[in-house]
Design a protein around this ligand. Structure first.
Ligand code: AHR
Length: 521
């Protein structure tokens, strides 16, 4: 593995063993992290590590679903075994479906019953391709069961009716007598699936109906009234379609106008993208990388400000902030359908994932669910497929390394120190979050977004002492490095030996552009 080390005035290309020496020798930028173990009180919900899969491009068809006949690709009831095996390692807690913009055009009854009787429709949002409805409610819920993930279904508000929505909930959840449970049984499923998470429309301010916040708040109240408030093991989550990035007015109006008993979550969408200048997914410049990271780090401010509005109306934090679309968005791969949003995934994406998940962990008192857009072959995917072949991306590896934080106790932390500067603008170079799991082990995830400098981090842990440290790292020589079908393991995690316990403090050398997860016992 080769690394490019930049130091004032010159740069070196080095191989891995030499890198460890250079890390010691290079005067690294200093950072101080404080972990306040004694202030721990909130749990990082595993649902922060959710995913999003839409009927868009090759996410569902070709990604998850190949159908049972006519394919050499090994599958279980039409769902690819290789994909399920890879995704199970991420312990995906919840999966959002069927959209996205597609959700507000989707009529769920088109996607149940015998395949031959399901109508074909046009997917008007994503390329006008034929949607044959072969992947519908039963197939999605089968997928969730194969993955061990909880389903998160977004219902159609923009072009659907209150009755359709309420009947979908009855179809999936009702045990007793009634036409919807009878229909489900007729279609081969005796027991209800008990779906807890329901999105009430998607991007109602845009593709979901171009509504004003005030209008949507009223519509929401009607829909939410007819969606049952209880679920098998507690409250059912009705999640309001939330703001796009910095539309704080949207959150304010929804919090003000929707009575608390009618809402369990409010969404937020934010992509790390400059809409006027999306860059190439692999051929980007350092200035473009810097801009992507600036947009990704905006999530900190967005979460803080939307949460502050929510605090005003809901000081007990009963309503969750659900960031159900986030990730990087670039130009599509040359030669692919522009409406399919197929993009490669590099170390830049690993950086986005690392810093964003740290932000969510650190705000787990309010952010109790989030969904990366999108799981397979679309936007910041964790899996890419090409016919029978499948690879995992740098983002996949970050998600896998961060599974240690699922349902762990957040250890509040702060970081002071180095900056990453390009063309006179700067960002904090190091991002951190920490948690303690049920076995008592502490996990610290650190990201150095600076592609040119090692960051030395001195970590003080208040209120706890440890006797051993181990770690894993995801790093690569160039920001643009990525996995391909011919070179599927170019970017993958390795053991990390750059952390040293020194009494009560921990000294870590973070290589340029790296994600490190440490375990202290
Ligand atoms: O994730 C792609 C699209 O981005 C979704 O369909 C929509 O909700 C958002 O604008």
């Amino acid at each position: 593995m080769q690394y490019l080390i930049r130091h004032p005035g010159r740069s070196f290309r080095v191989v891995l063993p030499a890198l460890m020496f250079l890390i010691q020798a290079t005067a690294a930028c200093q950072n101080r992290v404080q972990i306040n173990t004694d202030l721990a009180k909130d749990t990082i919900s595993r649902n922060i590590y959710g995913h999003f899969s839409e009927h868009l491009g090759r996410c569902i068809y070709g990604g998850y679903y190949v159908g049972e006949g006519n394919t050499k690709i090994p599958n279980t009831r039409g769902i690819r075994n290789d994909v399920v095996d890879a995704l199970r390692k991420l312990r995906i807690p919840n999966l959002r479906w069927p959209g996205g913009c597609f959700a507000d055009t989707y009529h769920w009854k088109d996607g149940i019953g015998p395949g031959a009787k399901r109508p074909a429709i046009v997917n008007s949002w994503w390329g006008g391709v034929t949607e044959d409805n072969s992947f519908g409610t039963h197939e999605f819920l089968d997928l969730c069961e194969q993955l061990g993930a909880e389903p998160y279904i977004t219902g159609n508000v923009g072009s659907g009716t209150v009755q359709d929505f309420a009947q979908w909930v009855q179809y999936t959840n009702s045990e007793g007598a009634g036409p919807m449970s009878a229909l489900r049984k007729e279609n081969g499923r005796e027991k209800p699936w008990n779906v807890r998470f329901w999105g009430v429309g998607n991007e109602a301010w845009g593709c979901g109906g171009n509504m004003t916040a005030e209008y949507y708040a009223n519509i929401y109240r009607t829909f939410a009234t007819f969606i049952p408030a209880s679920w098998k093991n507690g409250p059912l989550w009705r999640i309001a379609s939330g703001a796009g990035s910095s539309d704080f007015h949207w959150t304010e109006v929804l919090m003000r106008d929707i009575p608390q008993g009618l809402i369990e979550g409010i969404a937020l969408h934010h992509y790390a993208v400059d809409w006027n200048h999306k860059s190439s997914a692999t051929g980007f410049t350092e200035a473009e990388y810097f801009e992507t990271m600036r947009r990704a780090l905006e999530m900190e401010d967005l979460v803080q400000r939307h949460a502050a509005i929510m605090d005003k109306y809901d000081p007990k934090k009963k309503i969750a902030l659900v960031v159900d679309e986030w990730g990087g968005w670039y130009d599509v791969e040359p030669g692919t359908n522009p409406a399919f949003l197929y993009q490669q995934n590099t170390m830049r994406d690993a950086m986005i994932a690392g810093v964003t998940l740290n932000i969510f962990n650190n705000h787990c008192d309010r952010v109790r669910m989030a969904n990366l857009a999108q799981t397979i072959n679309v936007l910041q995917a964790v899996v890419l497929t090409e016919g029978e072949r499948m690879i995992v991306t740098p983002t996949y590896h970050v998600m896998e390394m961060y599974t240690v934080h699922h349902d762990a106790l957040l250890l509040p932390s702060s970081v002071r120190g180095g900056t990453y500067a390009v063309e006179g603008k700067s960002l904090p170079a190091v991002s951190v979050s920490a948690s303690r799991d049920r076995s008592g082990a502490t996990h610290i995830s650190l990201v150095n977004i600076d592609p040119g400098h090692v960051q030395e981090v001195v970590i003080e842990t208040r209120g706890a002492a440890s006797s051993s440290v181990s770690g894993r790292i995801l790093a690569s020589g160039r920001l643009q490095d990525h996995n391909t079908f011919d070179d599927p393991s170019r970017v993958k995690p390795a053991e990390f030996a750059g952390a040293r316990l020194d009494g009560t403090s921990l000294r870590v050398q973070l290589p340029p552009c790296s994600v490190v997860v440490l375990t202290l016992r």
